[in-house]
Design a protein. Structure first.
Ligand code: SF4
Ligand code: SF4
Ligand code: SF4
Length: 190
């Protein structure tokens, strides 16, 4: 009887060990098989400009986004206006963006809404830099996952001087300046 018990215990241990191994292996395979995205950490970005020039796509898959919940809706938006521009209006000569990708819309005095037309954005980060220095930092760069072709080796990641890029699970593709990640961004304006 005691021999029988020993065998049972040994068999049980062998069974549970095998089950644990199978579970661990399954999890490892699952993790490995989970597709990844390249993600840009806006908190590390120094707005060097290489996101425009080093993507394999032209225009770049890196776009400026506006985090509306921290935007000041400023009349004098340094991300929108050229430094020293004489008029606070949407005249082309007053705009900082080289492609006129930012739309300025009057809300109510003295607030304006700033929307990025991502089809025009080349990811140059000029507006991001100005908003960070003089404003709330609501403009930030991200890789648009619906445009990016998810290269094995992201050519911007290879050249980025600030080590901003990493591969992350597809369930958390986007990152705010605060480091919080999120799944989906509103569809791009065009
Ligand atoms: S290459 Fe890096 S530091 Fe330069 S703009 Fe892109 S994310 Fe920012
Ligand atoms: S200034 Fe550069 S990053 Fe900002 S919206 Fe225009 S093209 Fe995009
Ligand atoms: S993975 Fe390729 S397509 Fe996507 S941002 Fe990097 S270089 Fe551009």
């Amino acid at each position: 009887m005691s021999e029988r018990k020993k065998i049972d215990r040994r068999d049980f241990m062998r069974f549970t060990g095998a089950a644990a191994f199978t579970g661990a292996t399954w999890m490892a395979v699952g993790e490995k098989a989970e597709a990844k995205y390249w993600q840009l950490d806006p908190a590390k970005c120094t707005q060097c400009g290489q996101c425009t020039t080093h993507c394999v796509l032209n225009p770049s898959a890196v776009k400026c986004l506006n985090q509306f919940d921290i935007c000041g809706y400023c009349d004098l938006c340094f991300g929108y206006l050229q430094p020293g521009s004489r008029d606070l209006d949407s005249g082309a000569e007053n705009q900082l963006c080289p492609t006129a990708a930012i739309e300025r819309k009057y809300i109510e005095a003295p607030y304006y809404e700033y929307k990025i037309h991502e089809d025009k954005c080349i990811g140059c980060a000029k507006c991001v830099k100005a908003c960070l220095i003089f404003g709330n930092g609501s403009f930030y760069l991200q890789i648009r996952q619906d445009i990016c072709i998810n290269c094995n080796e992201c050519s911007i990641a290879k050249s980025c001087p600030s080590d901003c890029f990493s591969e992350v699970p597809q369930s958390q593709p986007y990152m705010f300046l605060t480091g919080d990640t999120y799944l989906a961004h509103p569809p791009a304006l065009s």
